[in-house]
Design a protein around this ligand. Structure first.
Ligand SMILES: NC(=O)c1ccc[n+]([C@@H]2O[C@H](COP(=O)([O-])OP(=O)(O)OC[C@H]3O[C@@H](n4cnc5c(N)ncnc54)[C@H](OP(=O)(O)O)[C@@H]3O)[C@@H](O)[C@H]2O)c1
Length: 343
């Protein structure tokens, strides 16, 4: 199988290359070719060998089984539109991690544990990988909605610096060594930034808009009953290197006990539940994990449920979700049942 990885030297691309190397045995005759722009001509390590990063403009010239787009919106648009023009898009499995095509009609936006049913009949073309904070929210939200009908979910995010890519991470590392912010860069070190992306006329920043619209698109394609939950996000960048956290508040139509609520979360695909109050997940300890870790689950006297959630934004929030999509479409490895299919 010929696989192109665009953005292979980036934070997400690096994780994807590691996943492919680790699971090479599952793929038949795997050939991985890394692509980039500034990094073209340099090398990346793949299974102990140095392989050259090719320039992105060479990509449309060749035939690929799978293309992982792990760069930015411009790179994704260049690849997708080049393939469209050549009439080759539907023959190739293209998984895009940028936000360029996520809300485009006809492009599946997939978290396998939630709406992986869309992948069962997918034969080729473009699939979008959701925003990391959206993935983190929908993995527990979909099974809760399925059983309890969630009316409203309020979520405060605590998003790590690696979520903003390798340049932001390098800047953060400089700042914690004592350097002042570079021109045009925010103060990341010892600070909290309550805005991720531009703010619109309603006061919502881009990350919050992504969480609202992408959640709606994913849940409405997962076979879940309507009306869908109202999503009220507040997104914050925090001085953590890797691992996003969320405080989630859930209002449901149907009541249940705290134990039943924990039971739903504990059975949910992709969730690792910490059922005891004083043993909870934290970003420092979950690097490399592919699960959404949930702890401090509680219920107040008005019937509102609250929980704390932590996951690796570079893995389940990006590289691993994309990799799962590829495996599901190609029928490689074990099938992932959605909570809806699992019953
Ligand atoms: N980081 C996360 O937690 C996360 C989560 C979900 C989704 N995403 C999305 O995943 C993508 C990658 O994120 P990242 O954090 O890995 O970013 P990153 O560390 O900045 O890496 C992106 C890589 O893409 C390459 N690239 C950028 N523009 C390009 C272009 N026009 N042509 C060719 N190569 C180009 C760059 O490589 P060169 O050095 O070769 O130019 C860069 O190393 C982004 O779309 C991001 O929004 C990230």
């Amino acid at each position: 199988m010929k696989v192109a990885v665009v953005g292979a030297v980036g934070l997400v691309g690096t994780e994807l290359m590691k996943l492919l190397a680790r699971e090479e045995h599952l793929w038949s005759n795997l050939e991985v070719v890394p692509f980039g722009r500034g990094s073209a001509g340099s090398t990346v390590n793949f299974k102990g060998s140095e392989i050259e990063v090719r320039h992105l403009r060479e990509l449309p010239e060749k035939k690929w089984d799978v293309i992982f787009l792990m760069a930015d919106e411009t790179a994704s648009e260049y690849v997708v539109e080049s393939l469209r023009k050549k009439g080759k898009l539907s023959d190739t499995l293209v998984i895009d991690n940028s936000s360029r095509y996520r809300l485009e009609e006809g492009v599946p936006l997939v978290v396998p544990e939630v709406n992986g049913n869309l992948l069962r009949t997918f034969s080729g073309g473009l699939i979008a990988n959701p925003n990391c904070s959206t993935v983190q929210l929908v993995v527990p939200l979909a099974p809760l909605h399925d059983v309890l009908k969630v009316r409203r979910v309020m979520v405060a995010t605590y998003q790590s610096i690696s979520g903003a890519g390798h340049k932001a991470l390098n800047e953060f590392r400089r700042q914690i060594r004592g350097d002042a912010p570079s021109p045009g860069e925010p103060q990341y070190a010892y600070n909290l930034i309550p805005q991720i992306g531009d703010i619109d006329s309603r006061g919502l920043c881009k990350e919050e808009r992504k969480m609202i619209y992408e959640t709606e698109k994913i849940l409405s394609s997962g076979g879940l009953e309507k009306p869908l939950p109202q999503v009220i996000p507040f997104t914050v960048r925090v001085p953590v290197i890797r691992g996003h956290s969320q405080a989630v508040f859930v209002e449901t139509e149907s009541d249940c006990s705290l134990d039943e609520f924990k039971g739903i979360l504990g059975r949910s695909p992709g969730v690792k539940l910490f059922p005891e109050d004083e043993n909870y997940p934290m970003p420092a300890y979950i690097s490399g994990s592919t699960m959404v870790h949930i702890g401090r689950v509680r219920k107040d006297d008005k019937g509102i449920f609250t929980f704390w959630s932590v996951f690796d934004n570079l893995m389940k929030g990006a590289a691993y979700n994309a990799y799962q999509i590829a495996r599901e479409v190609l029928g490689i490895g074990e099938r992932i049942l959605t909570s809806y299919e699992q019953g």
